[in-house]
Design a protein around this ligand. Structure first.
Ligand code: PMP
Length: 361
């Protein structure tokens, strides 16, 4: 649809379609990769702190200095190597604007986070999407040649497949003149805590930007807090864009709660380990039900339900008040993305799948 008052770019824009957030009904919600467990108990303590209420009288710290310092301490970098945003989506938006508007196309996988093409359309960025291999893995050698840079989630979404640090280094070396952004929204579920994070490479690669979020790993999707880490010159670039857009600072409540959550590494590890244990159990159970399950290092599984039609299964589950994700893309038409919920929720999902399979004979 177009409109004579709109800029031409809006006419062709395909807005991002987020997973449903239904209101009112009690559903088993396995469609938006939220963490099923509560955030750190330190959040509750911080919320009860009278200083939080006092802080609301004043405008928020536009630099989020305490929060940047807390993130820097946690990840072993300097405060001026940290950029914070209202969710990693905002950090990504500023990254696309700051680093990826060149004459050459930006590179990202053909199956990946569906917001990337939307940012490209909004900012008039041309892009090229190297195909994933048949097993959904990324072939890093396809990211060579003139480009505006590259962005890849690690683990990738919605496949859940991970690149090794060696492969990320290869990618950084293939694009030494451009920024390579690694979107680590799901890295905390990838094995040893932070084991595969590219943060350890930041000192050696001036073109590396690592983006993380508190939404999934810290169970704080409603807080809207994401951040980027990189060498100082990249963080300066992001600040230049942010200040030019006069984008909103992180509100005072979010700054304080994020400081509380970031320091609780023990809770983070415990919560993520629980999700990972459930993921492995459910992957095995689905395989027994004849699903083809893509090996995942994230808090979701991409799985194809054997002889059943994936969309029909999505609808049948929905009728039973279980929400999973089905994507309208040819390569993904035969698959469902199932977020990992509590053990009880996943048992209900498995029971429903068995019931639907039996009903279909
Ligand atoms: N990156 C990836 C790969 C994601 O899947 C998501 C969540 N949909 C985000 C970034 C954005 O997360 P948030 O804005 O909640 O930090």
């Amino acid at each position: 649809m177009s409109n004579p008052f709109w800029s031409p770019a809006l006419a062709g824009l395909e807005p991002y379609v987020p997973g449903e957030q239904p209101r009112g009904r009690k559903l088993i919600k396995l469609n938006t990769n939220e963490n099923p467990y509560p955030p750190s108990p330190r959040i509750r303590e911080a919320l009860a702190d009278p200083a939080l209420v006092q802080a609301l009288r004043r405008y928020p710290d536009p630099e989020s200095a305490d929060l940047c310092a807390a993130i820097a301490t946690q990840y072993g970098v300097e405060s001026d190597q940290v950029f914070v945003g209202n969710g990693s989506d905002e950090v990504l938006a500023h990254s696309f604007y700051s680093f990826f508007r060149h004459d050459e196309p930006l590179l990202f996988p053909d199956i990946t986070y569906s917001f990337y093409p939307v940012y490209c359309q909004l900012y008039g960025i041309d892009y090229r999407t190297p195909a994933l291999r048949d097993d959904f893995s990324i072939a890093v050698e396809d990211y060579a040649g003139p480009a505006a840079g590259a962005i890849l989630p690690n683990p990738n979404a919605p496949s859940g497949r991970c690149l090794s640090l060696d492969e990320i280094e290869k990618l950084l070396q293939l694009q030494p003149e451009r920024v390579v952004a690694i979107d680590e929204a799901y890295i905390a579920f990838s094995g040893e805590r932070g084991g595969d994070s590219a943060i350890s490479l930041i000192d050696r690669y001036p073109n590396l930007l690592v983006i993380q979020t508190l939404s999934k790993s810290h169970a704080l999707a409603g807080l809207r807090l994401g951040f980027a880490l990189g060498q100082k010159h990249l963080i300066e670039g992001l600040n230049r864009t942010k200040n030019s857009f006069n984008s909103y600072p992180i509100d005072s409540v979010a700054q304080r709660l994020a400081v509380a959550a970031i320091g609780d590494g023990g809770h983070l590890a415990e919560s993520c380990n629980r999700v990972v244990a459930t993921r492995e159990r459910v992957a095995a159970a689905l395989a027994e039900l004849d699903f083809e399950v893509v090996p995942s290092r994230a808090n979701f599984l991409l799985a194809s339900p054997g002889t059943m039609d994936a969309e029909a299964l999505y609808l049948a589950l929905r009728e039973r008040d279980i929400l999973v994700r089905h994507f309208n893309k040819p390569r993904l038409a035969g698959y469902l993305r199932i977020s990992i919920g509590t053990d009880e929720e996943m048992d209900q999902l498995l029971a429903a799948v068995r019931e639907i399979q039996t009903a279909q004979g």
